[in-house]
Structure formats: C-alpha cells, structure tokens
Write a protein that binds this ligand. Structure first.
Ligand code: AMO
Length: 433
C-alpha cells in the first residue's frame, strides 16, 4: 500500500514521515549536485529535492526530461529544511508520471512575461492554474458566501426562479431568443418578474444569486453576456431609503465576511467604507455635470466625470445616485413613480467610483398603474398575463434591487476587466471555452 497523498500545505507538520504528494510539475532545476522539482497542488507548491549520490539517478533523468505541467505522484520522506523557501522538502524514492503534458504550453504558469487577456481566456484551464488567478476565485467564493449570509441574517429566503422565459423584463434589445420546442422563448435577463411575484405569494423577503443573460453587443470592460445577479426583494419597505440601507448593509457585511475569511492576507480594497454612502439625487448630479435640457441617462463619460466630482466632494468610493427621472426609467415599467412628483421615480443606482454596481427601488404594486407603465414602455400587458396575475389578488407594496456580483468582484479584486472575474466568461465574441 502506498502512503496516503498529502497536500503541500500539510508537509511542514509531517517531518520524518513517508508520504505521497501529487500534482503538476511546475518547474525542474538542476544546480550542480542537487536538483529541485516543484510540484503544485490545490494548496500550494512542494519542493522535491534530489541529491547526487543519495537519490536514484533514474529520478534525475525522469524529472529532467518531463515537460512542465505533467502530473506526477512523488513518494518520499519529508524533511524540515532551513534551506528550502518553504522550510520543508521531500526526498523522493519513487516518481510516477500520471499524465504527461504536451509541450510547449499555450501559456506559461510561472513565467513573468505578461500574456494578452484573450490568449489567457482562450486557454483558461491553464491560466486558472496560476495561483494569483485562482486567488480571484477564492475571493469570489468568500464574497458570495458573505452576500448570502448577509441576506440570510436580514431574514431573506434564498430562492431559484426560471431562466427560460416567455417574456423579458429589461428591454427587448438585450434578449437572447431560444427555440423552445418550436415556440419562441428567452433566456432570463434578470429574475425581476419572478421575485416580485413571490412577494404576492407572501414570501415577504427573498433573494436569488443566479446567472442572468443579456445580448450585450458592446465590447467593454464592464459588460458580459452571462453575469451573476444578486437580486433581493422585500414586502412593505419603508420607502426607497429602506432598500438603500439594506444594500449598504449587504455590501458592508460581505466585505466583513471576506476580510475575516482571508485574515491578514485581505487586501486594502476590502476595508470597510464609511457609511452612510453619499446619496446624490440624479438632478443634482446632472447639474454638476453641466447638463441642460431633458434628463438623459448617464453615459460612460458622464459616469467618469461624476466619479471625479463625488471623489472631490465626499472622498467616498461608494455612493448612491437617487431619484431617477421617470423619463430615464421609461422602460423600467415596474419602477414606481413618486406620488408627490410623477416625473420622478424612487429608483437609485449604487456606484463604486464610475462603475454601476446595482439598481433598485420601490415597485409599482397597483395593477392599473403597472399596466399603464407597460403601455408607455411600448409593451402589451396581455403578453405579461402571468406576471400581472400576481397583482390581481392582493399584492403588498414592495421593492428591491439587482446587484452585479461580477462587477463587485472586479472592484474588490482590482481587476481591469470584468471578464477576469468569471471562470469562463461569455461576451459578444466568446462562447468557449
Ligand atoms: P440592471 O439592469 O441595472 O437592473 O442590472 C442590475 C445590475 O446587474 C449588473 N449588470 C451587468 N453586469 C455585467 N454585464 C452586464 N451585461 C450587466 N448588465 C447588468 C450591473 C447592474 O447594476 N431588474 C433590475 C434590478 C432591480 O430593479 O431589482 C435590473 O436588472 O451591476
């Protein structure tokens, strides 16, 4: 019986033991009378040390001829060693090749030469072997766990809604059509209609973390065609402010959870931002930007300028843009128009510098007004019969938000491009791997 396989991070506790390690052969270097092989597993890298006159000469031959990234199993004795960077090394007795890598590699794992993002994504399986790339997904997993536990502790029930739909919720231009047994169906752009319907079912507080699909033709560092949306919806919110306060709490708790999980290795980007985040009415922001005429949605240049002004005035990275004009949200038929001024909604966006992270607000829960909103968005209410049914038999006032998880990961990991926040991103030009 061979000894059990151990992970690189366990070796320091196993001085003197005979163990097996297994993983990718990251590097092999011969220096005079000694040679070092680095074997990487999911926990880190082990140093295998071969010594002339001590180790089997066949092992030098085998390891020196093996292409990098081949998978090997190495059996040997663990020895603590001041000379090794890791403080521990493995003195091998046998090496078996489990899977020989082809050579050359499409991209290097340990070479410091920068590789184009496109090349990295084309060979993503190899790219993901780099510890710093894998670290993004460890961070992502902590952020997701933090978001989940934040919402659960606020009394939200996690739900899953269908992703194959008969109608869109976020405008026709970004719908992906699917042939559904001869019928036209669409991939969900968001769980918007379903999270609202669950409020009518009496679920009170729900959230979902799931893929959302948008046929987004623009090739930017912040748009992808498949993203992860965190959606929350609550009954009887105490105005838009209660929804913003929830979003703020969720961001703070997710950051706190991630800091705790990562401990001392947590980066500065995870530090708690001061609260409350500034709340800036849309009209005021438009004024700062020197805009005149009817309100228009912000473009990328406006967002950049706005972020600079907010930085100057408040020194705050996170802020809310509030009270979106009804005309800017004309397509957002589910957004409630303000009672006191129907030219405004209670809708808001959460920004981190110039990047929109989330949108939300109070919903229209009155059937007649909702139908009117649908019509003014150019939509036929008869196409939304099952959604509208939820409003016919008693619908509580409600509200919530949609939060782009990949954008949050982009910010917190300091990534230049949102594509790097996903294992296998999808965009206008990329459908594999
Ligand atoms: P919205 O369309 O603003 O609102 O989307 C919510 C958040 O989702 C993220 N997002 C994207 N992330 C990456 N690539 C994309 N193509 C993309 N599109 C959107 C953004 C955005 O802020 N139903 C409403 C939410 C609500 O009212 O509850 C909605 O979907 O971070």
């Amino acid at each position: 019986m061979p000894p059990p396989r151990r992970l690189a991070r366990e070796l320091a506790q196993l001085d003197g033991a005979t163990v097996r390690i297994g993983g990718h052969l990251e590097d092999y270097r011969a220096l005079g009378g000694v040679a070092f092989a680095l074997v990487r597993d999911g926990s880190g890298t082990s140093q295998v040390t071969l010594k002339k006159g001590v180790s089997d000469p066949a092992l030098f031959e085998l390891l020196s001829s093996l292409p990098r990234e081949s998978v090997v199993l190495v059996e040997g004795r663990v020895q603590l060693s001041q000379k090794s960077n890791r403080g521990v090394e493995l003195l091998p007795t046998t090496v078996s090749v489990v899977s020989r890598s082809e050579s050359p590699l499409p991209l290097g794992i340990i070479d410091k030469v920068p590789t184009e993002l496109d090349t990295r994504l084309n060979h993503r399986v190899i790219d993901l072997r780099k510890p710093e790339v894998r670290g993004i997904f460890e961070l992502r997993a902590h952020i997701l766990a933090g978001l989940r536990s934040a919402l659960a502790s606020e009394g939200f029930l996690e739900v899953e809604t269908p992703k194959l739909l008969r109608q869109g919720a976020e405008g026709g231009a970004t719908l992906f059509a699917v042939d559904y047994f001869g019928e036209q169906a669409y991939l969900a752009q968001s769980p918007q209609l379903y999270k609202q319907m669950l409020i009518s079912s009496g679920f009170e507080r729900v959230f979902e973390i799931a893929p959302a699909f948008r046929a987004e033709p623009s090739d930017t560092v912040r748009h992808i065609t498949e993203f992860t949306s965190l959606d929350a919806e609550m009954a009887f919110p105490d105005g838009a402010e209660a929804i913003r306060a929830l979003l703020e709490t969720v961001v703070l708790q997710a950051l706190a959870h991630t800091r705790t999980a990562l401990g001392p290795s947590a980066s500065e980007r995870l530090a708690a931002p001061s609260t409350p985040f500034p709340r800036i009415p849309f009209a005021e922001a438009a004024g700062w930007l020197g805009r005149s005429g009817p309100p228009r949605d912000l473009g990328a240049d406006d967002e950049k300028r706005l972020a600079e002004v907010v930085q100057e005035k408040f020194g705050a990275p996170y802020y809310f843009l509030t009270e979106f004009p009804t005309s800017v949200k004309a397509k957002t038929f589910y957004a409630e128009r303000q009672e006191s001024d129907p030219s405004l909604t209670g809708y808001f966006d959460l920004y981190h510098r110039d990047l929109e992270l989330a949108s939300g607000g109070p919903r229209e829960h009155r059937l007649d007004r909702l139908e009117a909103n649908l019509r003014s968005a150019g939509l036929d209410p008869s196409g939304f019969a099952s959604y509208l049914e939820a409003f016919r038999f008693g619908m509580p006032p409600h509200g919530g938000f949609g939060f782009g998880v990949d954008r949050l990961v982009k910010v917190l990991a300091g990534l230049p491009n949102i594509r790097e926040s996903r294992l296998f991103p999808r965009d206008r030009y990329r459908l594999e791997p």
